[in-house]
Design a protein around this ligand. Structure first.
Ligand SMILES: Cc1ncc(C[n+]2csc(CCOP(=O)(O)OP(=O)(O)O)c2C)c(N)n1
Ligand SMILES: [Mg+2]
Length: 284
């Protein structure tokens, strides 16, 4: 893949939107970036189609700014709010049928490894909590048991945001939603803990209220997945539309969660730690 991987077709140039042209001209392919550089390049088209104050869109922007090799990365999504931003990024992107993202990612990673021996081709899954914890749970866990060298990011807004507000496995107990009027009857599925027993070699639980930590988590998850094994980042990305808080309170909401049930945790196996230290990564 080269920096020209996403190239507008000449014949269509005159009908492409200015936003898409700006994205192509100023996308994140040219240099290694970090969350500190946000605002100096475009990671997705603006305006993006998410609701005001969307935590998922913020999580995606932080993640895309942190990729170690964006030009050699393919992002795998699935239906959900994340899809709308990812499909408008200047990156190789593919959307799967709802839930089977880690199966598709496994196949792609194996194919890229065979096709480009000796080169790093990063496969990054970025999907919602419903995609990971509900319909995709078995595929996700099995990709971890198999030790597939892919990074999985859950953008956890604790709801099926895209379809109007049904409860997900990651919704907290008792939460009343547009389409869960009686309140959820059980607590969050412990995917973070399950990841550890399913063979994940590096995992981080984090929120969008800690942008540098979130960026570092995604960068490290991609790096470790190259050499050591499957990695997982669970990022809390609160949804003002469904949780019904003010659109300027997203970070505040995430900060509150950090103090109670969404504490930062970095789980590093010995092999992953040794590899990261060898790359000069100072652990949080
Ligand atoms: C097989 C299948 N079942 C159901 C759907 C409908 N569907 C689309 S998105 C979605 C929920 C997504 O929730 P989540 O993964 O949490 O993402 P969010 O929209 O909250 O970001 C559902 C049920 C679908 N597209 N395909
Ligand atoms: Mg969701």
């Amino acid at each position: 893949m080269s920096i020209n991987a996403i190239t507008p077709t000449k014949e269509f140039l005159d009908i492409l939107t200015p936003e898409y042209k700006a994205l192509h001209a100023n996308g994140p392919y040219w240099k290694q970036t970090s969350v500190d550089d946000l605002g100096t390049f475009k990671e997705i088209t603006e305006p993006h189609p998410h609701c005001a104050g969307c935590g998922v869109a913020l999580g995606i922007r932080l993640g895309l700014a942190s990729l170690p090799s964006p030009e050699d990365t393919i992002v795998i999504g699935t239906p959900g709010c994340a899809y709308f931003a990812l499909s408008q990024s200047n990156l190789n992107y593919s959307c799967t049928a709802f839930g089977n993202q880690n199966s598709v990612a496994s196949g792609l990673k194996r194919m890229l490894t065979l096709r480009h021996p000796g080169k790093n081709k990063d496969v990054l899954v970025m999907v919602g909590d419903g995609g990971v914890a509900d319909i995709g749970l078995d595929y996700t866990l099995h990709s971890w048991f198999r030790g597939e060298k892919i990074a999985t990011v859950m953008l956890d807004n604790e709801v099926y945001g895209n379809t109007g507000g049904q409860e997900s496995g990651m919704t907290v107990k008792g939460r009343v939603l547009n389409m869960a009027p009686m309140g959820k009857k059980f607590g969050k599925i412990p995917v973070f803990e399950m990841a550890k027993t399913a063979g994940i070699v590096y995992a981080v639980r984090v929120t969008v209220a800690s942008p540098k930590k979130l960026g570092a988590a995604i960068r490290r998850a991609v790096l470790v997945a190259r050499e050591i094994g499957p990695t997982y980042v669970q990022a809390y990305t609160p949804c003002p539309t469904n949780m019904k808080f003010q659109t300027n309170k997203t970070i505040e909401t995430a900060k509150e969660a950090e103090k109670s049930y969404y504490q930062y945790e970095e789980y590093v196996t010995e092999a992953a730690g040794e590899y990261l230290r060898g790359l000069g990564e100072n652990m949080c």
